[in-house]
Write a protein that binds this ligand. Structure first.
Ligand code: MG
Length: 166
């Protein structure tokens, strides 16, 4: 088993939507980013890379590289999933937390879990999605941006066949 943790944050700028978990959500602001600025998927990519011992998202998708300008973060996620499959790991479960005063995730929860499950080759039951505000505290509390935490647990393909070393 391997565990990984990821964190991402982006500032808001003028605009009319944000992308979270691959879902376009109407909002009074947009996210300032080289890619589509999907904090949930960026945190998840970092968690996967962390679990695999493969560094971080900035090493794999440098924001100085024009290939990733305006990138769909689901493409980044699917790239990380290919790396996971190369090492013969699969997802046991994912726990995602959005930190934002707005927008509210409620109406989009099912669609986001379905997107993440599809990209991971997993099922929505293994993808948990939480959201919290920052109670008005700090930059996120003032509505200047949003952030996400992600934790993943991976199992090796033959982990059931191998005795656990003592
Ligand atoms: Mg990011």
């Amino acid at each position: 088993m391997r565990i990984g943790f990821g964190y991402d944050v982006h500032a808001f700028e003028p605009g009319d939507h944000v992308t979270l978990g691959g879902v376009r959500i109407p909002h009074a602001q947009a996210v300032r980013a080289h890619s589509d600025g999907d904090v949930l998927l960026h945190a998840l990519c970092d968690a996967l890379l962390g679990a695999l011992g493969l560094g971080d998202i900035g090493q794999h998708f440098p924001d100085t590289d024009p290939r990733w300008k305006g990138a769909d973060s689901r493409d980044l996620l699917r790239h990380c999933v290919r790396l996971m499959h190369e090492q013969q790991y699969r997802v046991v479960n994912v726990d995602l937390t959005l930190l934002a005063e707005a927008p509210r995730l409620g109406p989009h929860r099912t669609a986001i879990r379905a997107n993440v499950a599809a990209d991971l080759g997993s099922s929505p039951e293994r993808i948990n999605l939480k959201a919290t505000t920052c109670e008005g505290l700090g930059a996120i509390g003032r509505g200047e941006g949003l952030a996400a935490h992600a934790v993943v647990l991976l199992a090796h393909a033959d982990s059931h066949a191998r005795p656990i070393p003592r």
